[in-house]
Design a protein around this ligand. Sequence first.
Ligand SMILES: C[S@@+](CC[C@H](N)C(=O)[O-])C[C@H]1O[C@@H](n2cnc3c(N)ncnc32)[C@H](O)[C@@H]1O
Length: 194
Amino acid sequence: MRLLYTNLRRGALATLLLAASLPVARAIDPIGIPGIQAQKLAPYVTSPQPIVEKMLEVARLKSGETIYDLGCGDGRILFSAVKNFGAKAVGVEISPALAKRAQQTLESQGMQDQIKVIQADMMSVDVSGANVVSLYLMTDANEALRPKLERELKAGARVVSLEFKIKGWKAAREETVQVHNHPYKIYLYEVPKK
Ligand SMILES: C[S@@+](CC[C@H](N)C(=O)[O-])C[C@H]1O[C@@H](n2cnc3c(N)ncnc32)[C@H](O)[C@@H]1O
């Protein structure tokens, strides 16, 4: 039964990723700037909790630092960053329903001082305040995001990406973590001193 569930889950994920990869960056709704459309850069697929914690550990997230999760889904990375690492967290999520869910969870847990959820296209949000950026997007999305990260991130900031590399950057560390019979790849990038 567990094997069947795992296979179904992986099959569903593969189908989702394939479907989303066909017209990657399809315009879905306006972001309030005339002539500019928000782009859905990846489907909603959650990171398993052990992977969330491993990503934050690989990123060397420290107490007092700020992490931005670009495409934060239900906010699980934000909550772990605050509870387990003593960090502050900003989540950016294009889906109004997911952003609302993350906002409701943070309010129910009294985390308004540590977590901010922004319902927006990640391409329109300034990430210069990040010590760490976490991504679980897709290869093309990472490529689209790279110039923005290069412009805005400060020296010493880290970018941790689940499953998908950032083309044109050299990973400082790569980890493979097995969860639910799936080998998750975690890539760490460091912004060099300018
Ligand atoms: C694979 S999920 C990752 C969710 C969460 N970070 C996690 O690890 O569980 C990718 C998320 O990115 C969001 N997303 C896609 N395009 C976006 C965009 N342009 N701006 C903000 N969020 C976006 C999706 O709605 C989805 O929730």
